[in-house]
Design a protein around this ligand. Structure first.
Ligand code: COA
Length: 162
């Protein structure tokens, strides 16, 4: 049986921090499912189709990475996919507090699914999707923080808005 993990997130947009976690996960797991949450607590900037599209391009040369999307509870999605391991990146103490709470809630819902955590690489710990969108909006350069396809999509979206 394949050793599979789900990397869930909003990916609005995907950052080099997300990519780093998936690439490191590939050294531990045979198959990584990058699962895009269609809805989020905040209204997403990119549509689910746009986020899935960017991730498919980013990982097009990684046959062991599957890009999928889900709606509703993440643990229900994991159960449907028959995967019992979730992987999340942690950047700092505030991420830890939020992730710990989410992990405990998910365990209460589905005790047979475990969440594993990986510390984000130090040079990426300042990166966040919100900060990236803000820098692009104000004309700054985000090439060290995102894949080129994401940079292009951010600029396209900004041009459409103006
Ligand atoms: N390095 C750098 N930055 C990272 C990172 C990493 N490794 N991993 C995440 N980030 C950043 C993202 O850029 C993003 O930045 P932002 O706060 O400015 O938007 C932030 O951390 C978190 O983003 P991401 O990991 O993409 O998604 P999320 O935390 O919004 O995802 C879900 C949360 C989707 C996993 C969660 O809400 C979920 O499971 N939803 C479905 C409903 C559900 O089951 N809820 C839980 C019930 S307990």
């Amino acid at each position: 049986m394949k050793n599979t993990v789900i990397c869930p997130g909003t990916f609005d947009p995907p950052t080099n921090g997300h990519i780093n976690i998936v690439e490191r996960a590939l050294k531990i797991f045979d198959h990584v499912i990058v699962a895009v949450a269609v809805q989020s607590t905040k209204p997403p900037y990119f549509t689910a189709a746009e986020r899935v599209g960017m991730l498919k391009t980013i990982f097009e040369n990684h046959p062991n990475v599957e890009i999928d999307q889900f709606d509703g509870l993440m643990v229900e999605y994991a159960r449907r996919r028959n995967v019992h391991k979730i992987l999340r990146g942690i950047r700092n103490v505030s991420d830890y507090e939020f992730e710990n709470q989410m992990m405990l809630a998910n365990r209460a819902l589905t005790p047979d699914i475990d969440t594993l955590f990986m510390m984000t690489e130090g040079q990426l710990s300042h990166v966040s999707s919100t900060i990236i969108r803000e820098i692009v909006r104000l004309g700054g350069n985000v090439s060290s923080m995102v894949h080129p396809v994401v940079e292009v999509k951010l600029k396209e979206k900004l041009n459409k808005e103006s």
